[in-house]
Write a protein of this length. Structure first.
Length: 104
């Protein structure tokens, strides 16, 4: 019996794992749900409303930003966050596809 050749793009795998890791954290999911509810919101409103420390909120937003899950834009001294819904949709499609393959 011949073994199947495995050809994995390690760069794509690394990026994918970072995106999934960013989404797999309960606090980051809570932050995303809050942003989704408001469509766009500044960091001060996020940590004040969710009663989080500013530094912790910024660390989690940085992870989400680096994974491409949130988009930022600056208005004066405020940074506003919104969700990149196309990125989330791609992640959900990939996960669904992976789970479908797993069923066979």
């Amino acid at each position: 019996m011949r073994k199947a050749k495995v050809n994995i793009n390690t760069e794509k795998l690394q990026v994918s794992s970072e995106v999934l890791r960013a989404l797999a954290h309960p606090l980051r999911m809570k932050i995303l749900e809050f942003i989704d509810k408001h469509k766009t919101i500044n960091v001060n409103k996020i940590y004040n409303t969710l009663k989080l420390e500013q530094s912790i909120t910024s660390q989690h937003l940085r992870i989400l930003r680096l994974a491409g899950i949130v988009i930022t834009h600056r208005e004066g001294k405020f940074i506003h966050y919104s969700i990149d819904y196309s990125k989330i949709q791609n992640v959900l499609k990939a996960v669904d596809s992976f789970l479908e393959v797993d069923k066979h």
